[in-house]
Write a protein that binds this ligand. Structure first.
Ligand code: ZN
Length: 72
C-alpha cells in the first residue's frame, strides 16, 4: 500500500490508492463544507431575530415605563 516515497512521488502514478483516497477526502470535505453552510446561515438568522426581539422588548418596556411615569 505504501507506494509513495518521502518526497510525495508515487510509483503507481495516477493509479495511486493513497492519491485517490486523498482526492476522495478532499471531495468529501468540500461536500461537508457546503452542507454545513445552511445550518450556519440559519443560526445567524435565528441569532439576528433573537437580537431584534430583545431590542423590541427593551424599547416596549421603556415606552410602557415612560407612559407609566408621565401618563398620570
Ligand atoms: Zn502512491
Amino acid at each position: 500500500m505504501n507506494c509513495c516515497n518521502a518526497n510525495g512521488n508515487c510509483t503507481q502514478g495516477r493509479d495511486c490508492p493513497i492519491r485517490k483516497q486523498r482526492a476522495k477526502e478532499t471531495n468529501d470535505a468540500y461536500i461537508n463544507q457546503n452542507n454545513g453552510l445552511e445550518p450556519d446561515l440559519l443560526d445567524d438568522i435565528a441569532a439576528s431575530i433573537k437580537g431584534l426581539i430583545a431590542v423590541i422588548v427593551v424599547v416596549v418596556t421603556i415606552t410602557l415605563l415612560a407612559f407609566g411615569i408621565w401618563g398620570k
